[in-house]
Design a protein around this ligand. Structure first.
Ligand code: GTP
Length: 199
């Protein structure tokens, strides 16, 4: 039986290795391209509005370069007690972020956006709630020594040694890693992508 053809080329508008690993798991042919956008958003936006806006901005930026393709963009923020956290720029920033998360419950929000040929756009935002154990300072320093904080909003990797921080996780675990695969699959199926192509 002939494989159903994809509705067009697919791009992941991301530099994230975690997002790439999640997309690789789907088995669809796709290419990655850095979105290269300004990630500043109006300060008054909620975390949910910010990740939705930035996911659209990233997807549209790559789509402008490939107007006949489908482009998936994503953006993620951590929200804890009304404050939003992005990626830490150094170990001290990571220590400060984790200091706010340990012993508390936080939300991690990821916005995704799929733009198709002609600019047709669908999007979703997914939230996962995580509760971390409190840690003594010496154990926090040992976790920082793993380096898992680098490149991660919230300064932890839920699929790595960061699992040992987790007292509770409510929601989609892939969403924490950077790409909520349930809504991503839904958007791709709605766009007409076929899965399980024979080699
Ligand atoms: N491996 C891993 N990565 C995480 C985790 N939590 C957050 N991240 C990463 O943290 C980053 C969130 O920052 P964003 O600004 O959304 O994305 P980015 O890293 O700048 O990458 P772009 O898609 O190119 O914008 C993403 O790369 C996520 O994959 C986690 O638990 N594990």
């Amino acid at each position: 039986m002939k494989n159903p053809g994809p509705p067009g080329d697919l791009f992941l508008a991301s530099t994230s290795s975690a997002r790439k690993a999640l997309m690789d798991g789907l088995g669809l042919p796709y290419r990655t391209e850095a979105p290269g956008v300004d990630e500043h958003v109006p300060a008054q936006l909620s975390a949910l509005e910010a990740v939705a806006m930035l996911a659209v901005r990233k997807a549209r930026a790559v789509h402008e370069r490939h107007p006949d393709a489908w482009v998936l963009g994503a953006d993620q923020l951590v929200e804890v007690e009304g404050t939003t956290l992005g990626k830490p720029h150094d170990r001290d920033a990571a220590r400060a972020q984790l200091g706010r998360l340990l012993g508390h419950t936080h939300a991690i929000h990821t916005g995704v956006c799929l733009v198709g040929p002609g600019g047709h756009l669908t999007q979703a935002v997914e939230t996962t709630h995580l509760t971390f154990f409190p840690l003594p300072p010496e154990e926090l320093e040992r976790y920082l020594d793993t380096g898992e904080w680098e490149g991660c909003a919230g300064s932890y990797r839920v699929e790595g040694q960061g699992q040992a921080l987790l007292a509770k996780l409510e929601g989609d675990r892939t969403n924490v890693q950077g790409l909520p695969m349930l809504p991503v699959v839904r958007l791709l199926r709605q766009a007409g992508f076929a899965f399980f192509a024979r080699p």
